[in-house]
Design a protein around this ligand. Structure first.
Ligand SMILES: Cc1cc2nc3c(=O)[nH]c(=O)nc-3n(C[C@H](O)[C@H](O)[C@H](O)COP(=O)(O)OP(=O)(O)OC[C@H]3O[C@@H](n4cnc5c(N)ncnc54)[C@H](O)[C@@H]3O)c2cc1C
Ligand code: FES
Length: 388
């Protein structure tokens, strides 16, 4: 396989059935050999900026094909809702077998944009997309892990710490997430809140979702000593180091603080002194479960500032806290975002609103990085579908 002047090892793909939502998830594996079944159509996708090319099997999404062949393209939710995998088609066309792409507007489709986690080619393609070198060589692994701590941090947030089997390590970049593997092929995504330094102990912050199967089980039934099955690391949400003169805004909503905590701990560990402005939005004071820790980061490090934002404050707001939505707090302090790198994680509604507002405030689209805490992939397609 050709990828610019790099030669990639051929990698395998063993699922030749029509792709289902479950099988999209399983494409996070990187098998070793690739055998094309007789009569299966294949299309070539070429990334214009790098001249990398890869083959996409009929019935396979472009993102799944890229990942299985070691071409790292941006992604997060893999279910068409977050928009991280948006790319522009230069030549060729795609179709969407499951549902109209939720994170694409009509106007974007007309301008030639596609969502690579959902789109399947109808012929050879040339696309404009950003390859992500940093995570290319990080192995995605499945492993069991033992729960060693379960602590209630806020009324609806549980911290669990899990330990990998001895001699096993999870190599990851601060900001990435992992999937907890559940029976019947289901999985649930959670950001890693601990820093990569503690490779064999992983911290997760789990918000209880009303009626949620997994998070309900974590709150009610999971106990110290239980074993979870994990797959990771996943995602492309991590600090970019290619323009270190740019100050950073890290903005989290609720448990969206988790990957930001990992990033901050990692930056501090590496003595990175880039100006870092942390904004953390929650509803009420009792949800600010990392407030003291964040104030400590600010107090001990001149290059770090911290602002909390309470959207449903009842008057007991801590001093220097903002009353309102967290992205409004960012804009109040930084009305011009053109020089900033923006990292944000949390509820999809927050990400959507912030992204639109930050672009208006001059943020460069290619310098906004985010993980949107979307639903699990087994949430029925009709819930995800958008009518166009
Ligand atoms: C990349 C990524 C990273 C994530 N990191 C974290 C994290 O660090 N901490 C964390 O708490 N969560 C995180 N999430 C969200 C988390 O994966 C979901 O909350 C979880 O899958 C819910 O599982 P469940 O089985 O309890 O709920 P389900 O049984 O899947 O859902 C129950 C009901 O709740 C709704 N629902 C499901 N998820 C959400 C949601 N996120 N918000 C609102 N309604 C929802 C569904 O539509 C359904 O009706 C992340 C998501 C992604 C994609
Ligand atoms: S990864 Fe494609 S829309 Fe989220």
């Amino acid at each position: 396989m050709r990828q610019g002047n790099r030669t990639l090892k051929p990698l395998a793909w063993s699922n030749y059935n029509r792709i289902t939502l479950d099988s999209i998830q399983n494409q996070r594996q990187y098998p070793r050999f690739h055998i094309k079944p007789v009569n299966m159509k294949q299309f070539e996708v070429r990334i214009i900026s790098s001249n990398a090319s890869f083959a996409v099997n009929e019935g396979e999404s472009i993102l799944a094909a890229a990942l299985r062949q070691g071409v790292m393209l941006p992604y997060s939710c893999k279910n068409g809702t977050c928009g991280s995998c948006k790319a522009r088609l230069e030549n060729g066309d795609v179709h969407y077998p499951f549902h109209p792409p939720l994170a694409l507007s009509r106007a974007e489709i007309a301008e030639g944009y596609a969502l690579l986690c959902q789109a399947e080619p109808t012929g050879d393609l040339q696309i404009h997309a950003r390859e992500i070198e940093a995570v290319r060589d990080i192995q995605v692994r499945r492993m069991p892990a033992r729960v060693i701590e379960k602590t209630l941090l806020a009324p609806d947030v549980m911290r669990i710490r899990i330990k990998l089997p001895s001699a096993q390590r999870l190599q990851f970049l601060a900001g990435q997430y992992l999937d907890v593997l559940l029976p019947k092929g289901k999985r649930r995504a959670f950001s890693i809140a601990s820093a990569p330094l503690l490779e064999d102990i992983i911290e997760l912050h789990i918000r209880h979702i009303e009626g949620g199967d997994f998070t309900g089980w974590v709150f009610d039934t999971l106990k110290v000593g239980d074993i979870l099955r994990l797959e990771g690391p996943l995602g492309t949400f991590f600090i970019r180091n290619n323009q270190t003169d740019r100050p950073m805004i890290l903005m989290g909503g609720g448990t969206g603080i988790a990957p930001l905590k990992s990033m901050i701990e990692d930056l501090l560990e590496h003595h990175d002194r880039r100006p870092l402005n942390l904004f953390w939005g929650v509803r009420n004071l009792n949800e600010l479960y990392l407030h003291e820790q964040a104030r400590e980061w600010e107090k001990k490090n001149e290059h770090i500032s911290y602002t909390s934002a309470l959207s449903h404050s009842s008057g007991d707001t801590p001093s220097a806290s903002f009353n309102g939505l967290v992205h409004d707090a960012v804009l109040k302090n930084h009305p011009d975002l053109s020089t900033f790198d923006v990292y944000m994680s949390g509820p999809p509604a927050m990400i959507d609103a912030a992204r639109a507002a930050f672009l208006k405030a001059g943020a460069r689209p290619e310098r906004i990085f985010f993980d949107s805490f979307e639903f699990g992939l087994d949430v029925p397609v009709r819930v995800l579908a958008r009518s166009h």
